[in-house]
Design a protein around this ligand. Structure first.
Ligand SMILES: [Zn+2]
Length: 89
């Protein structure tokens, strides 16, 4: 039992058209993926731009997170090496 899949464009309110439906096997279950697009070409372009922007933002955030984690690790290493020096000194 599946509800009819309706996807309304959040930009213009038109019903988005289904471009592609494919099944993907994840573990033991099969997931159905649907790719939709706005029938309005200009609107779809703008939507894709937005999605890309959001993705870039997320990637940047992840990178920043990684960088700060690395810096923290480096700071810990510095501290440890100081202690080693003290023992030797
Ligand atoms: Zn639209």
């Amino acid at each position: 039992m599946q509800k009819p899949y309706k996807n309304i464009c959040f930009r213009c309110g038109k019903e988005r058209i289904i471009i592609k439906v494919w099944k993907e096997k994840i573990g033991n279950s099969v997931v159905e993926n649907t790719e939709t697009a706005c029938p309005d070409k200009e609107c779809q372009k703008a939507t894709e731009k937005d999605i890309k922007k959001q993705k870039d933002k997320r990637l940047q955030l992840e990178k920043r997170k990684r960088d700060s984690l690395r810096d923290r690790k480096r700071a810990v290493n510095k501290k440890n090496s100081k202690e080693v020096n003290r023992k030797h000194g």
